[in-house]
Write a protein that binds this ligand. Structure first.
Ligand code: ATP
Ligand code: MG
Length: 357
């Protein structure tokens, strides 16, 4: 298979961690006979420095015409003073909306070797944490009308939450398709006892679920879900929810794994062309020191193989290699534990590559 991957190294630790992910993708490609070619483009703070724009047109074109996008991280205090419509983070919003990426997938997976990092009770952790939050990304209250008015000396603010059937239907399909590639279980999260958008959400997801008789489906109220994620995360496989609930629950989900540097994510739309990135930011405090943990980015590459290219076996091979390197005790600074063997960002990438063999 031949694929063109658009690469945005970005700012801060972005270049360091993306370089390692590219090495790993190359290695897997060589092993399984695929050719991944990388097209590096500028977006974010580095693009502002180079040409004054956070998302130059040719960069956006490259994202739209390639087979998928691999991103490190953008932004940092250096660009705090930049006009709000040209901030580094705007580049990501621009790419997401131009590519129509309406689904954000964030796995919460705890590698058994790093159990001690989880803030949860060890008995709960022992049952395992391995689920994905599928968050609707371009609808809901963040994209509805916002307004603040002042009447009789008092301010009143309004934010409108809107969802239409087709928006719910497509994200529901993403969730059921994702579940088919995993353990076959979807929990749809809403607040249907209070909100009309949630009642419609539940109606549509239930309807879509009938097309997937092989996937177990249930609903859960969002407040209960927030509790269940810390009480017994092992009950979840795929959680699907609207934008704001997903924003909150996906942060909660990553925190229970205890290691921000380990978690990948993907943003998907109607086509196979998606965007893959670690969940952490550009970590300017450790940039340029070869200290960062590249695993979140490497696992983002694994997600790309699975969701954009349907290379399930190759994707699993990356996950296996990461797990084997952790088994051998190798740790970057952020996940260092007693008895761990401390390695740099590039050494971690090399170790994962040699494990792929
Ligand atoms: P953003 O607003 O872009 O999310 P942030 O300042 O909230 O940025 P991060 O950039 O993710 O957050 O950094 C938070 C902390 O986690 C920092 O101390 C950073 O060094 C650390 N960190 C983030 N990513 C990694 C990584 N891959 N490896 C090691 N440490 C990391
Ligand atoms: Mg942050």
């Amino acid at each position: 298979m031949k694929k063109n991957i658009t690469v945005i190294k970005g700012d801060g630790i972005g270049p360091e961690i993306v370089t390692e992910a590219m090495k790993v993708l190359d290695k897997v490609g060589a092993k399984y006979g695929h050719e991944f070619s990388f097209h590096e483009i500028l977006a974010g703070g580095c693009a502002i420095d180079a040409c004054g724009k956070c998302l130059p047109e040719q960069s956006l074109d490259a994202c739209l015409t390639g087979d998928s996008v691999l991103l490190g991280a953008v932004g940092g205090p250096k660009w705090d003073g930049v006009d709000k419509n040209n901030r580094p983070e705007r580049a990501l919003l621009g790419i997401r909306s131009a590519m129509g990426l309406y689904a954000n997938l964030r796995p919460a997976k705890l590698f058994s070797q790093l159990r001690a990092a989880s803030p949860l009770n060890p008995e709960i952790v022992a049952r395992g944490i391995d689920f994905v939050v599928v968050r609707e990304l371009i609808g809901g209250v963040y994209f509805g009308a916002h307004d603040t008015v002042e009447e009789n000396g008092e301010k009143r603010a309004t934010d409108i939450m809107v969802y239409s059937e087709h928006e719910i239907e497509r994200i529901a399909r993403t969730a059921f398709e994702t579940a088919r590639k995993r353990r076959g279980k979807v929990t749809s999260v809403d607040k249907a006892n209070v909100l009309d958008t949630s009642r419609l959400w539940r109606e549509v997801v239930t309807r879509v679920s009938r097309e997937y008789p092989d996937v177990a489906y249930s609903d859960m109220l969002v407040d209960n879900t927030a509790m269940q994620i810390v009480k017994d995360p092992s009950q979840f496989d795929v959680i699907v929810t609207e934008n704001m609930f997903g924003d909150i629950l996906s942060d909660e989900a990553s925190m229970i794994t205890g290691s921000i540097g380990m978690i990948p994510s993907s943003s998907l739309g109607e086509t196979k062309n998606g965007m893959y990135e670690p969940i952490h930011g550009s970590a300017p405090d450790i940039a340029g020191q070869n200290l960062a943990n590249p695993i979140g980015t490497i696992l983002s590459g694994a997600m790309m193989l699975k969701y954009s290219f349907d290379l399930d076996e190759e994707s699993a091979e990356i996950e296996r290699a990461v797990s084997a390197v952790l088994d051998a005790g190798y740790r970057t600074a952020d996940i260092m534990d007693e008895g761990g063997r401390r390695v740099s960002c590039s050494e971690m990438g090399d170790l994962i590559c040699s494990e792929i063999g």
